[in-house]
Design a protein around this ligand. Structure first.
Ligand SMILES: [Fe+2]
Ligand SMILES: [Fe+2]
Length: 153
């Protein structure tokens, strides 16, 4: 099904961000495993898998619209400690929420409700990722870092 190039461009921008998010989360997940923080490792690895599904759905949608999937990797923010891993993830997730809302608005403008629906489905996951990051930051503040880290091994 043909669409206009601007929709494809927007989907490819989201695809580049998702592929980069997979890389960043995978690196952070393995750092956490290496440090012995198994619970955090599992949570971050699950995020990497969610982002991989988003990338897959975006590629499927681009191909369905007769576009070419392209990836221009986005700069990765690799952290060196746990509070920064959480913080960098949260910053990127808040950015993702904003970007998916922009693509939803654009798809609506272009009368492309199929794209809008897919973007809304992904947006829902990103909002949950934001919520998870905010919860970790709250726990670190309330419990203190040491106690929080003790709950994550
Ligand atoms: Fe995502
Ligand atoms: Fe996400």
């Amino acid at each position: 099904m043909k669409t206009n190039q601007a929709i494809i461009d927007s989907l490819n921008e989201r695809l580049s961000e998702e592929i980069s998010a997979v890389s960043q989360y995978m690196i952070h997940a393995e750092m956490l495993a290496n440090w012995g923080f198994d619970k955090l490792h599992e949570a971050i690895e699950k995020h990497a898998m969610d982002e991989m599904h988003h990338a897959k759905w975006l590629i499927e949608r681009i191909l369905f619209l007769d576009g070419n999937p392209t990836v221009k990797p986005v700069h990765l923010s690799i952290a060196t400690d746990i509070p920064s891993i959480i913080k960098h993830g949260l910053i990127d997730e808040l950015d993702a929420v904003e970007k998916y809302n922009q693509t939803i608005a654009f798809a609506l403008e272009q009368h492309d409700n199929g794209t809008r629906d897919l973007m809304a489905k992904i947006l829902n996951d990103e909002e949950h990722h934001v919520d998870w990051g905010e919860m970790q930051e709250t726990m670190m503040t309330q419990m203190g870092l040491e106690t929080y880290l003790n709950t994550q091994v």
